[in-house]
Write a protein that binds this ligand. Structure first.
Ligand code: SF4
Length: 439
């Protein structure tokens, strides 16, 4: 029997396995006349070896990449190394994910052949049907033979139930995405831009199908991916606790007496104003997690308003108090160095962090990064002054603070430089610091 016409090689990195599993889930449910194989490139060298093997077998090769904006520069270097090790005219490197969606021209200039714009499932299936030829396929940007930029629009969005959320065929599992998109519009966040400004929920029956398959495979822990856990089943800013309870009860039953369900903890979080005794008791009744993650982001109401978070600091204090009273360990996400943040705002954030730590919460500290696709893409990079660092260090020595906030300062500076090199029409960074907060 002859070999495949097309080989899909995933540049399979730990940080982005979930995105690939979702694509594999879509692929395994898709009928096509193209004969294709899938390979997992777990290192640059392994990826290059897969490319060489596929070329030797006469197949066309799509190398699929997915990455977040802070990793784009390092992966562009890696792409160069892989090309040195293995390359050819029938090899296309395709970048997907939020960075490629927000900055397709940057992505092509950095060395990828094709940028996939928006949700990847329908685009990948069309690419496979076309034997790997991107011409005319929706949801792509690439340069034609003359070097002219071709954009074919954003990929079609389909209901979550249309595709499996992980891959049975390739035995790749992950936290299950129960909601995609977000009705909130926090100015630092890529989620509403990447997906949609509305919630698309996986139905309870479809979630249960996944949980049943997990149990059959001997998997015992059910975790969820969602922008805001207590928004499950809702189309508004109000939680729908009846839907949440139905979801949790079904998962609890499906995973069986030896299984565990986690909700409102890693890798998802809860908005502070959604925290209520009733909600926490649902988590206690059905779930195994003893901690929850609450998104606070700032201790300054002024900054929260400017970021369009839709809640204030009082809701954060209330959420932590309630959580502690109900017996949960609380992790609170905070971002330092947000645009327009003045000394008073920083002091307010430090005061909140100290107060919450005194209540027993742990602060997960981040540095503001001007992320592509967000309204604050052109904002100055987040920085944290030495006095703040000292205080933050003191909290971390107490075990009350953790996170990669120092590394994120470097990412922020690099993203800001890239934004400056690729200005958006009509935008200039120089005007941003003088904009009043709240605009
Ligand atoms: S930060 Fe959370 S609530 Fe805000 S837009 Fe992003 S996903 Fe939605």
């Amino acid at each position: 029997m002859s070999g495949p016409d097309l080989v899909l090689i995933l540049r399979y990195r730990k940080a982005v396995t979930y995105g690939f599993h979702v694509l594999l889930g879509a692929l395994e449910g898709h009928e096509t006349t193209t004969r294709y194989d899938v390979r997992f490139g777990e290192t640059p060298e392994a990826t290059a070896a897969h490319i060489r093997d596929a070329l030797a077998a006469g197949a066309k090769v799509l190398v699929l990449w997915s990455f977040y904006s802070p990793d784009a520069a390092a992966l562009a270097q890696e792409l160069g190394r892989i090309r040195e090790l293995a390359d050819g005219p029938s090899v296309l490197h395709v970048a997907g994910g939020v960075h490629a969606t927000a900055e397709p021209v940057q992505t092509l200039d950095a060395g990828w052949d094709v940028a996939a714009i928006g949700e990847g499932e329908t685009t990948l299936l069309a690419l496979v049907d076309a034997g790997g030829d991107p011409a005319g396929i929706h949801g792509l940007a690439y340069r034609d033979a003359d070097g002219t930029l071709v954009r074919t629009g954003k990929a079609r969005q389909r209901p979550l139930d249309d595709f499996a959320g992980f891959s049975l065929r390739w035995d790749r599992f992950n936290a299950l995405e129960i909601t995609r998109g977000c009705v909130y519009a926090c100015r630092f966040c890529q989620t509403p831009f990447m997906f949609s400004a509305r919630f698309r929920h996986r139905s309870i029956g479809n979630v249960r199908w996944h949980v049943d398959r997990m149990r059959e495979r001997g998997l015992r822990d059910v975790r969820f991916i969602t922008p805001t856990a207590l928004s499950y089943g809702s189309q508004t800013e109000e939680p729908n606790l009846a839907a949440v309870e139905e979801l949790l009860a079904s998962c609890r039953e499906g995973i069986g007496p030896h299984g565990r369900v986690f909700f409102g903890s890693f890798p998802s979080e809860i908005r502070p104003e959604h925290v209520s005794r009733e909600a926490l008791r649902l988590v206690k009744r059905y779930c195994a997690n003893t901690n929850i993650i609450v998104g606070a982001q700032s201790g300054s109401d002024r900054v929260l308003d400017a970021a369009k978070r839709g809640h204030g600091t009082e809701e954060v204090r209330r959420a932590v108090r309630l959580g502690v009273e109900e017996g949960f360990r609380i992790n609170v996400d905070m971002i330092f160095g947000m645009p327009g943040e003045g000394t008073d705002d920083v002091q307010a954030s430090l005061t909140l962090a100290r107060d919450l730590a005194d209540l027993g919460a742990r602060i997960h500290a981040h540095t503001f990064m001007p992320l592509p696709g967000t309204p604050w893409r052109d904002a100055p990079p987040g920085d944290v002054d030495p006095a703040t660092i000292t205080e933050v260090d003191r909290l971390s020595q107490r075990g009350a603070l953790y996170g990669h906030w120092q590394k994120q300062r470097d990412h922020a500076a690099r993203l800001a430089a890239a934004a400056e090199a690729y200005p958006r029409p009509g935008r200039s960074r120089t005007i941003l610091p003088t904009l009043p907060l709240g605009e």
